[in-house]
Design a protein around this ligand. Structure first.
Ligand code: BTN
Length: 269
């Protein structure tokens, strides 16, 4: 266990059973949370940093992490059956969308699998990872990166900051407060996977592009079709002339006029 980090863990003041570690500058909050999980931390812990030097996005992409934005990772040990752990991304997505709505956010949408959009521009991303603890339990880390005060330049897709969408300044602490509460509630609803149908319904109610044309790209190639919804385990359902395909992991491009198409990939610089 990292002794410095260990000393910085304190009870989360508003949510019973949760703790929080507030850090200034780290490589990646996901990496800090993973390390704690492997070392035997019991979980229900938020690791939050003011900035990251090696912030990570999906597929190993770099996540630009200057001060002013939210970089937070929730560590949950033994959240439920390991096969259902990928559903935690949807749990966190629902919580994030609700947190932003609590702050007055309108016109936000979730983009499969794990982005939050405002008017089609990316405001936040989630990175869900799993590790095995030293006593062989499953530890899940859900990393949340939100552009509160700034959005990165030079990315190949539209981006926006929360402050722009809300027309007022919302700092990372104010957002974290709502997010931590909403995540706690959503985890309760998920109920170790027994409540995934409810989470899926909440997710779909604010999802971008459902019923509309999309393109998915994965190692099998790119194909177009209609975004039919999510199956019982959270896989994207793509309707093509050949039938309905369930897709576990891919990049999704929304092709409807209102949605952002990102032909160069979902990549941050
Ligand atoms: C994505 O959209 O590609 C996911 C981005 C996730 C970024 C967050 S910031 C906090 C946590 N720590 C990281 O290194 N990544 C996640």
């Amino acid at each position: 266990m990292n002794a410095l980090l260990d000393r910085r863990i304190e009870p989360e003041p508003f949510i019973a059973g949760w703790r929080i570690a507030r850090l200034d500058r780290v490589g990646s909050t996901n990496d800090e949370a993973r390390t704690l999980g492997i070392a035997g931390d019991p979980g229900r812990l938020w690791v939050v940093a003011k900035e990251q030097t090696r912030g990570r996005g999906r597929k190993g992409r770099f996540w630009s992490s200057p001060p002013g934005n939210l970089y937070a990772s929730a560590l949950i040990v033994d959240p439920g059956p390991p096969a259902l752990a990928p559903q935690l991304g949807f749990v966190a997505g629902v919580a994030l969308a609700q947190a932003v709505e609590d702050l007055g956010g309108r016109e936000f949408a979730l983009k499969w699998p794990n982005d939050l959009l405002w008017r089609g521009a990316k405001v936040a991303g989630l990175l869900a990872e799993s590790v095995t603890t030293k006593d062989r339990r499953l530890a899940c880390v859900i990393g949340v990166g939100v552009n509160c005060r700034s959005a990165p330049d030079g990315v190949a897709y539209p981006v926006a900051a929360l402050g722009q969408a809300l027309e007022r300044d919302v700092g990372p602490e104010a957002l974290l407060l709502r997010l931590a509460r909403r995540f706690h509630e959503a985890l309760g609803l998920w109920a170790r996977g027994a409540g995934f149908a409810e989470i899926r319904a909440l997710w779909l109610a604010v999802a971008a592009g459902v019923g509309e044309p999309i393109r998915v790209s994965d190692p099998r190639g790119a194909r177009k079709g209609l975004f039919e919804g999510l199956d019982a385990s959270g896989r994207l359902l793509l309707r093509t002339p050949l039938g309905v395909e369930a897709i576990e992991a891919a990049d999704l491009h929304l092709l409807s006029p209102a949605g952002p198409d990102a032909p160069a990939g979902d990549e941050r610089t």
